[in-house]
Ligand binder design. Structure first.
Ligand code: BGC
Length: 430
């Protein structure tokens, strides 16, 4: 074995998480859930109450839904028809970053960002200033909630860095932006995390759903906590599982964390989510090939590299050559780079499975895990090769036959539908 091959083997070894490791991680996650509920500082989970429970399935009406926190902002008009039926009547979506503008970095501001979001919402209602619209806001960041309609951003994540939003009441910023444009008729009445939105959307159709997950640019989970500590309402808890920090990071995880906007935070998210996997891959490829620079891979590039089933890996080669124009790679080297991408994706899926298993244990208490649906949405889950099957495989490894009653289901448009359900629930409470 030459030194490069030795390094390659070491990398695969550093990324591998066996059954024992996932079981321990799931146990540690369960412990953090419990401690976090009590507010203990020993937990790495924020355990944020959402002030909303599971829907009845009978909520009806037309609502505006805002989905903010991924690559695109989406505003939609959603009609809830009851009996698990939902129609998305209109959708307006726009990216937050293009070659011409960037609404999410340090050069942006709260006014610019919420002004842009307000414009999208206004387009979704066809510039109507007359009718009253009730809006549910899916806000995909950790927020301290004190009511269904009151939440302040704790910290940005996913490399968002807009000044002037952390610590602020987010729906107040949104309402002010709408008002300043003359649209006081659009009323934000609810704000929820995207995991909560996915759980609401799923439970509207399958009432046995207790866990909601996002596996995309960011990564997070929530679950229905029916036995909270005295003094807290029974409600869905946003765990902010991306902040789980009781895992042993590999050398490259530490390097990536150091270079990020918020070092020390979102440790699990930086190991598993779409925003970071490509960067991790670039760092490992750079070291493996002895490059002077870190190539700029995205998780979408990784997916394309992994999807190539051909002998000569010509599609994978095309993606890699675009990032490494000066490098002529042999088929064997291409194969290594493909396997490296796979190892990162498989690790990601297995670590996410640990979160699911830990949450299921928490929900089951001392009993068996109930058969149930588990709701998940997100680009990584939907599109990245190896992810779905490895998540399930890991659940079977850790939970044994209890995994047989689980149905992991992707929820399409969960963020928008969940926001509409939250708006419906909030307006009933008023
Ligand atoms: C945020 C979560 C969110 C997740 C998925 C994370 O960075 O902290 O609140 O649910 O991304 O969008």
């Amino acid at each position: 074995m030459n030194s490069r091959e030795i390094l390659y083997r070491e990398m695969l070894e550093a990324l591998s998480v066996d059954k024992e490791y996932i079981s321990q991680a799931a146990g540690a996650f369960r412990w953090d859930l419990k401690q976090g509920l009590k507010g203990s500082e020993d937990s790495s989970l924020q355990m944020l109450p959402s002030y909303i429970g599971l829907p009845e399935g009978s909520e009806v009406g037309e609502y505006l839904a805002l989905d903010f926190g991924g690559s695109n902002v989406r505003a939609s008009v959603v009609q809830l028809q009851g009996n698990g039926c939902i129609d998305v009547l209109k959708l307006v979506a726009r990216p937050l970053v293009t070659e011409d503008y960037n609404y999410i970095d340090k050069s942006s501001s709260a006014e610019k960002l919420f002004g842009m979001i307000a414009d999208i919402i206004i387009e979704a209602v066809n510039q109507d200033r007359e009718k009253t619209y009730l809006l549910g806001h899916t806000f995909s960041f950790g927020a301290k909630q004190i009511d269904i309609n009151k939440a302040s951003l704790i910290n940005w994540s996913k490399e968002f860095a807009v000044p002037g939003v952390e610590g602020k009441d987010v729906n107040e910023l949104l309402a002010a932006a709408l008002m300043s444009k003359g649209y006081g008729n659009i009323k934000p009445v609810a704000i929820i995390n995207d995991t909560v939105a996915v759980l609401l959307a799923a439970a509207y159709v399958n009432p046995d759903t207790r866990i909601g997950m996002i596996y995309a640019t960011g990564s997070n989970s929530c679950y229905m906590e029916s036995m909270p500590d005295v003094g807290r309402p029974s409600c869905i808890i946003n765990t902010e599982s991306g902040g789980f920090s009781k895992l042993i990071p590999a050398k490259w995880d530490l390097m990536l964390d150091k270079l990020s906007e918020k070092p020390g935070q979102q440790r699990l998210e930086k190991m598993v989510s779409g925003r970071y996997m490509g960067q991790l891959y670039g760092m490992m490829v750079s070291e493996l090939l002895g490059l002077n620079e870190v190539p700029d891979f995205s998780s979408v590039d990784m997916s394309e590299i992994m999807a190539d089933q051909s002998d000569r890996l010509s599609a994978a080669k095309k993606v890699i050559s675009e990032k490494l124009p000066a490098k002529e790679l042999s088929v064997e080297e291409l194969k290594w780079l493909q396997e490296l991408a796979e190892a990162i994706a498989v690790r990601s899926a297995r670590l996410v499975a640990a979160v699911v298993a830990g949450t299921l244990w928490h929900l089951a208490g001392t009993g068996r895990i109930n058969p149930q649906h588990i709701a998940v949405d997100g680009s990584v889950y939907q599109h990245m090769p190896h992810v779905k099957e490895n998540l399930l495989k890991a659940l079977y490894e850790v939970l044994g036959d209890e995994a047989a009653g689980l149905q992991v289901e992707r929820i399409k448009d969960g963020s928008s539908i969940g926001a509409a359900i939250a708006a419906a629930v909030a307006s009933q409470q008023q």
